[in-house]
Design a binder for this molecule. Structure first.
Ligand code: 3H9
Length: 694
């Protein structure tokens, strides 16, 4: 056998006639140039060794492989490419068996598909998630997978991008055999020995044509799939390219299909969408890192959570913890409100169960973890208490001074406020170090963003705990500083202000919404207001019919819930533009002496989104967000900013900061200092830099 190459991330061991090649590269065996070369070297040595009759490829550490090294995309390629390596493996003169544990994702699964056989432990997950990075499986995945599972399933796996469990994969024929959890390697070696003993042929997926016949016989399945998924894939380039590749797999000979896939892959990987989506992948992981709170900061144990308020937010927040198996005590001031809140939680679970996404017995398990009370004192046992009452500083202050007396020492006292000053709230206690903001987004059991608000005195272990428990309940926590509206709502206010100004100038709310929707957000500002309810913070007594919103509320047009708001709604909540709203807007504009004019779609976009970018820059200047990418993560996960545009700060970089600056200056000349460019934006533009360079 050839000498083992020093420092090869692939080690070779011999077990009888079987060579076991173990991938050992970093935490996830990403297939960067080093690992690719390592596999090639070890593989060629095994192939050349006459004593070796079969080869097993297995991952060392936590998994088989998480696929291509994402950080290498967009850089010049060095060494053998993954497609070439895999073609080489597939052409092996000796049978190759992939032994999978942990994850085999993207290029990881493609590697396994180039092998002649695949065994896996039941806990393993396999998938082709490239679409989520704005690319497609570019190492033969779009050509080999349909040949194994058929085009219909391949569409689901490749365009859906979600991994599947090994058992399900075995059911599809993607895995040849399941191995016991604790003896994958031995099982794979025994499997290889059987292959040798039985003299089984070298089955290559490329040679299989039975499954793809379905694609040729019923080509309509692609059109149907496109239609079914149109809403989910709106605006994204990669899903269509994935579909086209699977179609090509059914239509073209294997090598031509591979060439087609390669060309589509190159187009995507060099485009802006993929750059944005890859950036988001790393940005999301980056957001977990806080420079002065090291990863090993000990977190406080959280065995029970208290939630104050059983309204929409309190209920949703509670569900997150119940879902994760953490007991919750929920408090309200009145029995009625409490019962209503409990009922909503139960109904939510029951509806999920009806859709088959939760087992009926789990509804009871989760409800069983929930205790309810009218007494704040009952929170004495809680390790984390989250206040989720309405936005009234007086009430919040009162609650926190009570909590200070009630909560056990070391308990974390959190507020779910979306705007208010955490430091002022913390000052009501004798333990400001234990006070923090945990701002969930509505619906709190669904939206993934959690703004963790660090007060002036918040202790580091409290921050570490809030970030950790946030992740535990499936959120993406982002650390932000105290300022009005924190990161998300502070920037949103900019957009809202300009949207309101635009409609007074004569742009219709429907046009503003359309432009924002076409840009890729799930809805525009006026649809969003209608959904949230126009009467949040409005009361007939205090508001004197000055704004469009006041007048709408006065006419009982309070949004979707009253059947009318900016839009009219039918019984199925379908929106249509409203003449009444247009008249109200015209009246307010006249009263305020606003000159009516037309605006292009481009102006609508610039006027609503550039001030947000500018505000983001101010947030960075003031140190209220750690990095520009954290702001992007807030907008993607809290407001549905299209991930293919990478978040507002990334997007501004793609537009070019000099252009953003020039437009802000022009609008400042016309509309005043609301558009005044931030010093940071001025500096970056002058230096020819972007937010990415910070
Ligand atoms: C592909 O394969 C293209 C091919 O079709 C075609 C090629 C021609 N690359 O997530 P974690 C890092 S595209 C580089 O915290 P977990 C990650 O940033 C690829 N780095 O662990 C983190 O670094 P740090 C298709 C990667 O246990 C560290 O590893 N594959 C990659 O929570 C630990 O990661 C995918 O899209 C990578 N591929 O989750 C899968 N993967 O410590 C992407 C991870 O510095 N990966 N890192 O922050 C995942 O989904 C998750 O990492 C995984 C593990 C589920 C595997």
């Amino acid at each position: 056998m050839a000498q083992e190459v020093k420092d090869n991330p692939v080690s070779t061991a011999r077990e009888g006639a079987v060579a076991v090649l173990t991938l050992q590269s970093g935490p996830v065996n990403a297939l960067g140039s080093g690992l690719r070369q390592g596999i090639l070297t070890a593989f060629e040595a095994a192939e050349a060794d006459p004593a070796v009759k079969a080869i097993v490829l297995i991952g060392g550490g936590r998994m088989f492989s998480a696929g291509a090294d994402i950080s290498e995309f967009g850089k010049p390629q060095s060494g053998i490419s993954l497609p070439d390596l895999l073609n080489r493996v597939e052409a092996s003169t000796k049978p190759v068996v992939a032994a999978i544990h942990g994850n085999a994702l993207g290029g990881g699964l493609e590697t396994a598909l180039a092998c002649h056989y695949r065994v896996a432990v039941p806990s393993a997950k396999v998938g082709l998630p490239e679409v989520k990075l704005g690319i497609l499986p570019g190492a033969g995945g779009t050509q080999r997978l349909p040949r194994v599972v058929g085009p219909r399933k391949a569409l689901e796996v490749i365009v859906g991008g979600s991994p599947i469990g090994a058992k399900a994969a075995a059911g599809m024929g993607l895995i040849d055999e399941l191995a016991p959890e604790d003896s994958l390697r031995a099982h794979a070696v025994a499997f290889a020995e059987r292959v040798i003993a039985e003299g089984r042929p070298l089955t290559k997926i490329r040679d299989r044509n039975d499954k793809i016949a379905e694609g040729r016989e019923s080509p309509g399945l692609f059109a149907a799939f496109r239609e079914e998924n149109a809403r989910k894939t709106r605006g994204f380039e990669a899903p269509e390219a994935c579909i086209a590749c699977i179609e090509a797999a059914c239509r073209l000979p294997f090598d031509e299909g591979l060439a087609f896939e390669r060309a589509e892959f190159q187009k995507l990987v060099s485009g802006t969408q993929s750059a944005a989506q890859r950036y988001v992948f790393f940005a999301e992981r980056q957001a977990a890192k806080i420079p002065d709170v090291p990863d090993d900061t000990p977190a406080r144990p959280i065995a029970r959570v208290g939630v104050i308020g059983a309204g929409t937010m309190g209920g949703g927040i509670s569900m997150n913890f119940l879902n994760a198996g953490i007991p919750v005590t929920i408090v309200e001031t009145k029995r009625e409100a409490l019962d209503r809140g409990l009922k909503t939680i139960r109904t939510n679970y029951e509806n999920t169960a009806k859709k088959g996404r939760l087992r009926p017995e789990d509804v009871e398990t989760r409800m069983g973890l929930l205790s309810d009370t009218l007494e704040l004192e009952k929170l004495a046992e809680c390790d984390l208490i989250i206040e989720a009452v309405f936005e009234d500083m007086g009430i919040k202050k009162e609650i926190f001074s009570k909590l200070d007396r009630i909560a056990k020492p070391g308990a974390i006292l959190a507020s779910n406020t979306s705007y208010l000053d955490i430091d002022a709230i913390a000052a009501m206690t004798n333990r400001p170090a234990d006070v923090i903001g945990m701002h969930f987004f509505s619906p709190a059991n669904v939206m993934r963003l959690l703004e963790v608000v660090r007060g002036e005195k918040t202790a580091k272990d409290v921050i570490a705990t809030a970030m950790q428990i946030g992740r535990k309940v499936g959120k993406i926590p982002v650390l932000v500083g105290v300022c009005h509206g924190f990161v998300g709502n502070r920037m949103l206010a900019e957009r809202q202000r300009e949207a309101n100004r635009l409609i007074l100038e004569g742009v219709t709310p429907w046009d503003v919404d359309r432009v924002i929707y076409e840009f890729g957000l799930p809805m525009g500002p006026f649809t969003m207001s209608d959904l949230a309810g126009l009467d949040i913070g409005w009361s007939r007594e205090t508001n004197k019919s000055e704004s469009v919103r006041d007048l709408l509320c006065e006419q009982d047009r309070r949004g979707q819930k009253t059947g009318a708001g900016f839009y009219d709604y039918d019984a199925r909540r379908k929106a249509t533009p409203s003449k009444v709203t247009e008249e109200i807007i015209a009246k307010v504009a006249e009263r305020q002496g606003v000159k009516r004019r037309d605006a292009t779609d481009q102006e609508i976009l610039e006027r609503t989104l550039y001030p947000m970018v500018n505000e983001g820059a101010k947030i960075l200047e003031e140190g209220k967000a750690i990095r520009a990418s954290d702001i992007d993560i807030v907008w993607i996960n809290g407001y549905g900013w299209p991930v293919y545009r990478g978040g507002p700060m990334f997007w501004a970089d793609t537009v070019g900061l000099p252009k953003v600056l020039e437009r802000l200056r022009a609008y400042q000349a016309e509309y005043g200092d609301a558009f005044k460019p931030s010093a940071l934006l001025e500096r970056l533009a002058a230096e020819g830099k972007g937010f990415k360079d910070l």
